[in-house]
Ligand binder design. Structure first.
Ligand SMILES: C[S@@+](CC[C@H](N)C(=O)[O-])C[C@H]1O[C@@H](n2cnc3c(N)ncnc32)[C@H](O)[C@@H]1O
Length: 295
């Protein structure tokens, strides 16, 4: 795909943000690592890269996520694009968790910023961060070791993780869905549903769909190929269609949202399959939200 060079990102934001970044320090870090050898520690031979992922630039980063440069520059850029502050926005997801999870999976974990906060919030929990880029996992592992946090990193696809059914009681994803086509987002939500125990929680932190829909230039700022489709959709509806209940979205500042939901606890005499199929029909309610399933 041809790379546009006339976006707001290229013309204004990138030069401004670059002026705050110590590029020499980043270059030294980048050159200090043998990216091939380090990424091989995480790379799983059975993982194939979907076309929507390997053919695009994301987040203003050329070449997508499959290189050490993306992993090195991700955090320095991200800290300036999550107002009012990156930590505050991520804390919005952590603070919304209702239970006390024991096994946590963070999908599309990237360099692990939210994953590490999850481990800090729930130190007794087993925490796994999964990402399609083994280079991002190199950086995530580097940060976990520096913070002395015991987190496992797994190379894999969020829509097909390979973990057993009902093996987590919390599944999260931060800043993933504005980068996946809606069909993939829906597949990831179905995978979340499969992975969760009954009563388990799913929490998604991402761009505020309402805001992005209303403020068109926001979709032009970054080279984000799927952000318009993300904003046009309705995460509450997608969650309901995947079978979740108690779906709710709240704003995190102006630009982000946290959407959370629960995997229903089967009611005696009413099979899980029936519950999912009931929820599926509720998708027909579109963006208006869902009446509670009538048990
Ligand atoms: C914008 S970054 C977000 C990273 C991190 N969660 C954060 O909050 O900073 C999106 C991440 O999702 C990963 N990703 C994109 N599609 C994926 C998929 N289908 N399965 C797993 N990871 C994916 C990318 O490699 C990238 O690391």
């Amino acid at each position: 795909m041809a790379v546009r060079k006339d976006t707001l990102w290229d013309r204004f934001l990138s030069p401004i943000i670059r002026s705050f970044i110590d590029e020499e320090k980043l270059r030294q870090f980048y050159e200090s690592k043998d990216w091939q050898a380090e990424s091989d520690r995480f790379r799983r031979p059975d993982v194939t890269y979907p076309q929507y992922y390997s053919s695009q630039n994301f987040h203003g980063i050329e070449g997508g996520y499959l290189n050490g440069g993306a992993a090195t520059s991700y955090d320095p850029i991200t800290q300036y694009v999550l107002p009012p502050s990156e930590k505050w926005v991520r804390q919005g997801l952590i603070d919304s968790i209702q239970g006390k999870p024991r096994r946590i999976l963070d999908l599309g974990c990237g360099t692990g910023s939210t994953t590490l906060m999850l481990k800090q919030a729930f130190p007794q929990a087993e925490v796994i961060g999964l990402d399609l880029s083994p280079y991002m996992l190199v950086m995530a592992d580097h940060k976990a070791k520096a913070a002395r946090l015991d987190v496992q990193w797994r190379h894999g696809k969020a829509e097909e993780t390979g973990f057993p059914d009902a093996s987590f009681d919390l599944v999260t994803a931060s800043l993933l869905f504005h980068e996946t086509p809606p069909s993939v987002t829906k597949a990831i939500l179905r995978e979340c549903f499969r992975l969760l125990t009954a009563g388990g929680e799913v929490l998604i932190l991402d761009g505020n769909q309402k805001t992005i829909r209303q403020v068109d230039w926001l979709t032009e700022v970054f080279e984000e190929p799927y952000i318009k489709a993300y904003a046009a959709g309705n995460l509450d509806a997608w969650m309901g269609a995947a079978g979740f209940e108690a779906v709710q979205t709240k704003d995190v500042f102006w630009l982000q949202q946290v959407t959370q939901a629960m995997k229903p606890i089967p009611v005696e005499g009413y099979s899980a399959a029936q519950q999912v199929s009931t929820s599926k029909t509720l998708d027909d309610f579109g963006s208006e939200g869902f009446p509670a399933p009538a048990f």
